[in-house]
Write a protein that binds this ligand. Structure first.
Ligand SMILES: Nc1nc2c(ncn2[C@@H]2O[C@H](COP(=O)(O)OP(=O)(O)OP(=O)(O)O)[C@@H](O)[C@H]2O)c(=O)[nH]1
Ligand SMILES: [Mg+2]
Length: 386
């Protein structure tokens, strides 16, 4: 059944209070009542300290997330995103306890150059999926977020309609600093969303050659969004990302661009023919859509559904999920060792002298590496013997 028909059925089923506007989400479930007069009633704010919100226990988080509470879900995500050592034990207990309730969603990664229309597309697709009865979570992976702080907030405004839908949950990118840090947190956030009942997870990442592989390694289906006339068709720059994609979507196929978009689609299909497919047993193809006009959205969701059916039937799906979990383990191990090495005092003390001896040619790179490793291992040994 097409996405639009599913939406119509779902819409007629649910009774909505008459005062809420057509596309209003749960936020519109309240009516504005006349307030009490403020005269003499309220003391100035300073004298009423706001009671500190009680820290959630692991049990609070687990039961709240499993019951589908968005507030608790947000707080549980903030907990797993925290770098504070005090939160580490609680957050790993939460992840451990919700794990049996995860893995049942369709995980879709969406990448593309800045301005390609990823957020607009997610808003339209996400809204249709919600209308059709799905619960959609949107995550962003933006390694530059600790610097830009902004871009994803900009995204939230682009997903204005979706962010108000009661079946949707949108979470900006964690600012983890390292790409490894961002993706670890995003993976745990994805598990929390799955445990909270979200059956479609859309992960947006800006296609600047940094995070595509990382996002690819945490999703089932990877979508590359491109636009016509960007002057980089057929150039090698996208080859690496094209080889990760399960579909290429030419967006903004509207107005004067519609015809050009079709030509671009044919060009991409020609290139894809020569590339190794990103997923065994699946042929990556190019498609067109207009996120602004809402055309081609149902079709690309049909492609994703067909993909999921194909890879589940062939066993590729289960195998990929296993490999993804293993690579996640090693990403965390590598991240930990890196942090320990660069955080090691003995290494930090000698680093600049080692670097200047290397750059002056007095020390070979290999010698420098073994000297730094020696310093690190020495400090570990001292820490062990106390
Ligand atoms: N004509 C047209 N414009 C579109 C379409 N989709 C998005 N846009 C416009 O393209 C601009 C960028 O859209 P976004 O959805 O923010 O793009 P993005 O890929 O999420 O951008 P970043 O998050 O910055 O990487 C906005 O002005 C949109 O209104 C489309 O299908 N047709
Ligand atoms: Mg965006």
């Amino acid at each position: 059944m097409s996405l639009d028909n599913q939406a119509a059925l779902h819409r007629d089923g649910a009774k909505r209070p008459e005062w809420t506007p057509e596309d209003g989400g749960a936020e519109f479930a309240s009516r504005v009542m006349d307030g009490v007069s403020a005269e003499g009633a309220l003391l100035p704010r300073a004298e009423h300290p706001v009671p500190k919100r009680r820290e959630l226990t692991a049990a609070d988080c687990v039961s709240g997330v499993l019951s589908g509470s968005r507030t608790i879900l947000s707080r549980a995500i903030t907990l797993v995103e925290s770098n504070l050592p005090v939160h580490a034990e609680t957050s790993s207990r939460v992840i451990k306890e919700i794990l049996p309730h995860t893995g049942k969603s369709t995980r879709v990664g969406i990448t593309g150059v800045p301005g390609a229309g990823k957020s607009t597309f997610i808003d339209v697709l996400g809204n249709r999926l919600c209308e059709a009865g799905h619960k959609v979570a949107v995550l962003a992976v933006d390694p530059s977020s600790s610097v830009t702080k902004g871009s994803i907030l900009g995204d939230k405004t682009r997903m204005e309609r979706l962010s108000r839908h009661r079946n949707a949950f949108i979470r900006p990118s964690p600012s983890g600093g390292t790409l490894g840090g961002v993706t670890r947190k995003s993976r745990e956030t994805m598990l929390l969303c799955e445990a909270a009942g979200y059956d479609v997870i859309l992960v947006e990442t800006v296609g600047v050659g940094q995070s595509e592989a990382a996002v690819r390694s945490m999703v089932d289906f990877f979508l590359l969004m491109v636009i016509t006339g960007a002057g980089d068709e057929l150039q090698g720059i996208k080859k690496g990302v094209m080889e990760l994609a399960d579909a290429i979507l030419i967006n903004k196929a509207d107005g004067n661009n519609a015809l050009k978009a079709n030509t671009t689609r044919a060009e991409y299909d020609r290139i894809l023919h020569f590339l190794r497919p990103a997923t065994e047993g699946w042929e990556t193809k190019a498609h067109t859509c207009s996120a602004a006009a809402g055309s081609g959205i149902g079709e690309i969701w049909g492609v994703i559904e067909n993909f999921m059916k194909t890879v589940k039937a062939s066993g590729v799906f289960a195998e990929r999920r296993k490999q993804q979990t293993l690579s996640w383990v090693y990403t965390m191990v590598e991240d930990y060792i890196k942090q320990k090495f660069y955080g090691c005092e003995a290494v930090a003390k000698e680093r600049s002298s080692v670097e200047s001896r290397v750059t002056s040619g007095a020390l070979s790179a290999t010698e420098a590496a073994s000297e730094l490793i020696g310093l690190y291992e020495g400090s570990l040994a001292r820490a062990r013997t106390g």
